[in-house]
Write a protein that binds this ligand. Structure first.
Ligand code: TPP
Ligand code: SF4
Ligand code: SF4
Ligand code: SF4
Length: 1214
């Protein structure tokens, strides 16, 4: 029997503890950490097992736990936490259920869709009253788009499961309330969910006070724990759980749990009181803050409470207040009433979630039902959705609204809603941060080390002074090379401001190209400090180079201006582009938070700690950077009077750009998207094709320039370019002469038409090139050396637009299905935001060149969905007739099924069109022969991708010439109804090439079940798996494609098991086309395989090996071709094709395209840090597992040989 282990009054144990723990509070040491670390700090110590699946922004929790476990950290029970990564959140919750049922204190970390996949098991855990704590970094559940930022849609979608829900408003609370949850779940046998706002709290760093292991131990109700363990599922005390229940008993069972939920809030409060005695930090189920006689009270939870508290502290005389919700479930009306001032006339409930079509959001409904009959008015509003800022100025607007006689109900704050007019207007920023706080803003670039340096600064300052610190970091959507803005605060009082800096004392601009591009001085306070990294080091040069508007703002705000050429210093000391240490040294010198000498010593200490593992020379380079940084800063005493009257530069003549680019993309590129009103965002998050090319980042240091003299016109450079920005063109002499800039070409060779007089050109887009050097390195004749970007933009920038937009393609000169021929076809995937040199993208680009333009893509979540579909950057584009790639992402886990749905839909709709065409043909005499012939031709080519496309063009042309006007409307309304219908369904005329694209995490793990089902479907579809052998998008966790010994997250001591052979599994169906390719290593084989896959009328699975930053390739991603060739040569990667078309012919269906492996695999593996690092950290594991890996690769080759032989025998029989 499940004993009633809870009681409504304070339990004996808690009372005892309260007595013994009075006034033990000592001032503990401050430790800077983010919310994820704080949650892991507690959950690690309080759990036996962690069963997880990575999802942003919760991923780090699992990673930290795994790392600490590998390092041997013990929990309070004296064991290492056992961390298991599952194949999905569904799997994680199932395993957790099993672990909890059999007596292990088990935790998990998740977010968003991940949490939703756990719902069925959450019901089970609650129904069976099993203790567990889920730690959730709350995040949007994607609707019209995916967002990794915070709202409460995920937790609210699970509030009905029977879990208890705790909400934390800052990092300290994450730590404290996490402990309350772990204690209370043991005590109450109710599962708990501890949540905090994703990114805002999960990733914000602030200094907090820790709780010792002894205290944790002291608080545990050991009897309750013993009871739980002794009553777990065990053959020693056998019972049956998870029963099937009939109508007679189910309802009563459900109601039998009431009293446990009723007593839970008091039990939680007991623990909160206990914690207060120990630490001085008092929490309540609901906490009140504000005027004791408040008339208007806001109710909120999560990080949104901080700006409200700050506002109340700034205006203590206003009769307003705040109720902070901590224990959201079980909701306690009693505790709520206890906190609400009796003077309250109106309550405003702020929800961080939108529930379409409801009478109010979840928190509002709870509060409204609590206040029924009290006469207190309740108003609801929404804020902060998808991480939208919520500031004191907005708080003021909310209070003002609540003071109106007729307040706006169901309002929104933080956006401009010009459609339903629900948004409240708000004023200028109100400075509410604690007095004496120094606020700093740093503008850096992704990968330059600025963010890391700032995290370091917080550590140095908070650990070595009495100051408190906070850091929050804003990143652009690009995988690398995007803008990063660091927001730092330091001060004598605790900082909880959960919004970006609005009044900075210190602003540092690490890249001069940002000047004029972003509103850099928006946050700069009057009289504050501004530091620019620039090569203009004299006043004259600087004055001439800065835009007038920028100078005006500097002068009007009376900024103290400093300059430094940090880029030059970084180059000089051998740190390349990494200016972080130099700019950090400057910060310490100018900000004065610490004495300069002391800060330099601490900085150097931190450098040693951080870089020593990379070698003493790297440490020394950073030391030099710091010393030179300090010496080289120059103050600019500008003429304030003159600068304040600087002539404002004329606005650039507006280019004629598409609506989306002008109205959506441009503001977003300027980081001004928050100002976009609702009316401009009405299309459900859809993007037109080819928007990414408008950004023109121009951020590469150097780009290639074509030296045609030795070029052999192989087009390999174009094939390997991950970004589609170096391409071959065929031009007539006249077209060459008409180029806007000097254009060097050579006579084209190998043309089908020997008489054609065409010139060959390799053109680079210097604005879009990332400088990854893949083209430079692959070129067999060294024709693409790199030169400074600026120069190349000037010399060849305009020619790119000329050749890509105006010069006609000459596509009939080469076969499309060859390396060379394919590259003359426009890539319909270009300028994506992938990392410079990404190994995934060339395969996608090649698919579009071989099968475009009628391509449909179902894309799994992963890197490919981030660089492929982040609003407003669409790298998928269209041909010059406007036809192009139609792309969509459903979820991570269901991509195969999503693609199947697309195929079924297209097939069905096209077959309807076929019926209509056949109907027309039944009365063919009623129509012109030319028209009937076209329809017959269409029927013949119905299933052929390229031929049906050609006919579709002819049919459309015929309609335009005979049946419709320029707008596409019918000229003659009495036209045969079926003929009209063909026009209405013209988008179904061409056959579509269906692609299902995703990474190995999707295909090998979370989506494997669906993928397997689709493999058995017999539909005509193609699957492309981008095999980076890790979850690249979430930071490199192991998948089942990760090879043995590979160091990834969750395999810190090298993966113990071998790589799953997905291709081999698929081949067992016999009717699935399967290939393993690597376009960089063997472009010919890749083209051949993709061609065969496309032609196979059933399911095709093409797995493409993709180098990735996560591999830590020693020579960098720019040498992908050389590196992957070595992978193939040494037998790490095997290339093959399995073509079911060859059954029954004299060709072997299975072809191994790579040669017998040569020795050297061990040497090859050492060129990737994921293998090499194992040798450093776990030498014994390395010895064992690396040998096994080499054997795995050998075995795999052997298995392919026997497979080949098997089919060979079959052939002979035939
Ligand atoms: C249900 C769910 N769980 C987790 C995630 C987080 N997530 C997004 S992409 C990804 C890993 C993708 O790895 P992979 O499929 O190998 O693609 P890659 O990024 O390597 O291209 C994860 C774990 C998610 N989006 N949805
Ligand atoms: S350097 Fe890289 S991005 Fe630039 S053109 Fe060459 S391959 Fe493409
Ligand atoms: S790889 Fe070199 S040789 Fe080949 S087409 Fe490009 S530039 Fe010419
Ligand atoms: S797959 Fe790797 S290299 Fe490509 S974008 Fe993702 S992390 Fe970067």
């Amino acid at each position: 029997m499940l004993k009633d282990f809870t009681s409504i009054s304070k339990s004996v144990e808690v009372k005892k503890l309260l007595r013994f723990s009075t006034n033990t509070k000592k001032k503990s040491k401050k430790v800077p950490m983010d919310g994820n670390t704080a949650a892991t700090y507690v959950s690690y110590r309080m759990s036996d097992l962690a069963i997880i699946y990575p999802i942003t922004p919760a991923t780090n929790m699992g990673e930290y736990a795994d790392k600490w476990s590998a390092e041997g950290l013990k929990n309070i029970f004296g064991q290492e936490l056992d961390v298991t990564e599952m194949q999905s959140e569904g799997g994680a919750s199932g395993a957790l259920h099993g672990a909890a049922t059999s007596g292990a204190l088990t935790t998990t970390y998740t977010s968003s869709q991940g949490l939703l996949l756990m719902i069925p098991n959450m019901y089970k855990l609650a129904g069976e009253r099993l203790p567990t704590v889920f730690h959730v970094a709350s995040r949007v559940v994607g609707g019209q788009g995916l967002s990794i930022f915070c709202d409460h849609s995920d937790v609210m979608a699970t509030r009905q499961t029977g879990f208890a829900f705790m909400c934390c408003a800052n990092t300290q609370e994450v730590l404290d309330l996490a402990l309350i949850c772990h204690l209370a779940t043991i005590k109450t046998s109710i599962p708990f969910l501890n949540f905090f706002d994703g990114f805002r709290i999960s990733h914000e760093i602030s200094d907090i006070e820790l709780i010792s292991d002894e205290t944790m131990k002291k608080f545990v109700d050991w009897d309750a724990l013993k009871y739980y363990k002794q009553n777990s599922l065990n053959p020693e005390h056998p019972e049956v759980r998870g029963t099937v229940q009939s109508t007679e008993v189910y309802f009563q069972h459900l109601e039998a749990t009431n009293k446990f939920y009723d007593s839970c809030p008091d039990q939680v409060q007991d623990y909160m009181d206990l914690l207060a005695k120990e630490t001085g930090r008092q929490y309540h189920v609901f906490d009140y803050h504000g005027h004791p006689e408040a008339e208007q009270v806001i109710v909120a939870m999560g990080s949104g409470v901080s700006p409200v508290e700050e506002y109340l502290d700034k205006f203590p005389n206003k009769k307003i207040g705040l109720i902070k919700v901590r224990l959201f479930r079980p909701w306690s009306k009693k505790h709520f009433h206890d906190q609400l001032p009796s003077t309250c006339k109106r309550v405003v409930v702020l929800d961080r979630v939108k529930e379409h079509g409801s009478s109010g959001e979840p928190l509002f409904l709870d509060v409204a039902s609590t206040l029924i009959g009290t006469g207190i008015d309740v108003v609801g509003g929404r804020y902060g959705i998808s991480g939208k800022e919520f500031t004191p100025a907005m708080v003021e607007a909310v209070y003002k609204n609540s003071q109106r006689k007729e307040p706006r109900r169901g309002f929104t704050i933080g956006i401009i809603d010009d459609m339903t007019r629900l948004s409240l207007d708000y004023g200028e920023p109100i400075d509410c941060v604690p007095e004496g706080t120094t606020q700093c803003v740093f503008w850096g670039i992704g990968g330059d080390g600025t963010v890391g340096a700032n995290k370091n600064a917080i550590k140095i300052i908070t650990e070595n002074t009495d100051l408190h610190g906070q850091g929050y970091f804003v990143y652009s959507a690009h995988k690398s090379g995007g803008v990063t803005v660091s927001h730092l605060r330091f001060g004598p009082k605790k900082i909880t401001s959960s919004y970006l800096v609005t009044d900075s004392n210190y602003t540092a601009v690490h890249y001069k190209s940002y000047i004029g591009k972003y509103d850099l001085l928006k946050t700069a306070k009057y009289g504050s400090t501004l530091v620019l990294n620039t090569d203009k080091l004299t006043l004259k040069e600087l004055e001439e180079s800065l835009p007038g508007s920028f100078k005006q703002e500097i002068a009007k705000k009376n900024l103290k201006l400093y300059v430094i050429d940090a880029s030059e210093i970084a180059q000089k000391v051998g740190l390349g582009e990494r200016v972080n240490m130099i700019m950090q040294a400057v910060f310490f010198k100018l900000s004065g938070v610490l004495p300069v000498k002391e800060s330099m010593d601490l900085l150097k200490k931190a450098i040693k700690k951080e870089y020593l593992r990379k070698g003493m020379d790297i440490v020394q380079k950073n030391y030099n950077a710091v010393d030179l940084g300090i010496e080289s800063i120059i103050e600019m005493n500008y003429d304030q009077e003159r600068w304040s009257k600087s002539e404002i530069e004329k606005a650039e003549k507006k280019k004629d750009e598409p609506w989306f680019i002008e109205n959506i993309m441009r503001p977003l590129l300027k980081l001004e998207g928050d100002k976009l009103p609702v009316s401009k965002l009405m299309n459900g998050g859809r993007m037109p094709p080819g928007t990414s090319k408008y950004e023109k980042r121009g951020f590469a240091i150097s780009v290639p320039k074509w030296h045609p003299e030795n070029c052999i016109q192989c087009n390999l450079c174009s094939l390997v370019c991950p970004h589609g920005v170096v391409r071959p063109f065929l031009l007539t002499k006249e077209e060459v002469e008409n180029a806007p800039q000097k254009m060097q070409t050579i006579k084209a060779t190998g043309l089908k038409d020997k008489k054609a007089e065409l010139e060959f050109l390799i053109q680079v887009s210097p604005y879009d090139c990332t400088g990854c050097t893949n083209c430079t390195n692959v070129c067999p004749r060294d024709c693409l050396p790199q030169f400074p970007t600026k120069r190349e933009i000037e010399e060849q920038g305009k020619n790119w637009e000329y050749v890509t937009e105006t010069v006609p393609f000459k596509l009939d000169q080469f076969k499309r299905n060859t390396v060379k021929g394919s590259q003359f076809h426009q890539p319909l995937f270009e300028v994506s935001g992938a990392c410079a040199g990404c190994g995934e993208t060339p395969a996608i680009k090649l698919v579009t060149q071989l099968f475009g333009p009628e391509i449909m893509v179902a894309n799994a979540s992963g890197c490919s969905s981030v660089y492929g579909g982040t609003y407003p950057w669409n790298p998928y584009t269209n041909d010059r007739d406007g036809i192009g790639v139609a792309w969509s992402n459903s979820l991570f886990e269901d991509n195969a099924e999503f693609g199947l749905g697309m195929v079924k839909s297209m097939k069905h709709q096209r077959s309807k069109l076929k019926l209509i065409v056949n109907d027309v043909l039944k009365n063919e005499n009623e129509h012109k022969k030319e028209f009937i012939d076209l329809l017959k031709e269409w029927l013949e080519q119905y299933s052929d991708l390229h031929k049906s496309f050609k006919v579709s063009k002819k049919i459309k042309k015929y309609y335009k010439e005979h049946f419709v006007d320029l707008n596409g409307d019918f000229i003659n309304n009495s036209l045969d109804c079926n003929v009209k219908q063909i026009w209405d369904r013209k988008d179904m005329l061409a056959q579509k090439s269906q692609w299902i694209i995703g990474g190995d995490g999707w295909a090998y793990d979370i989506g494997y079940g669906g993928l397997d089902h689709i493999l058995a479907s017999e539909e005509n579809l193609n699957i492309l798996v981008l095999d980076t052998e890790v979850y690249s998008n979430t930071g490199g966790q192991a998948s089942k494609s990760t090879p043995r010994s590979g160091v990834a997250q969750f395999t810190a001591n090298g993966k113990a098991t071998g790589k799953k052979d997905l291709g081999l599994i698929a081949m067992t169906y016999g009717n699935v086309y399967v290939a393993y390719i690597c376009p960089q290593a063997n472009p010919n084989q890749a083209v051949k395989a993709l061609k065969e896959a496309g032609e196979w009328p059933g399911v095709s699975l093409v797995i493409s090996y993709a180098p990735c930053i996560a591999h830590g390739i020693k020579n960098g991603l720019g040498r992908a071709a050389e590196h992957t060739k070595e992978a193939v040569r040494t037998g790490y990667v095997h290339l093959y094709r399995f073509n079911p078309r060859n059954f029954g012919t004299n060709k072997n269906p299975f072809t191994i395209d790579s040669k017998k492996p040569k020795p050297g695999i061990e040497k090859f593996l050492m060129k990737q840090n994921r293998f090499a690092s194992l040798k450093r950290s776990f030498p014994e594991e390395f010895e064992k597992k690396q040998k096994q890996l080499a054997q795995d690769c050998k075995n795999r080759y052997e298995s392919y040989l026997s497979f080949k032989e098997m089919y060979g025998k079959d052939l002979k029989k035939k």
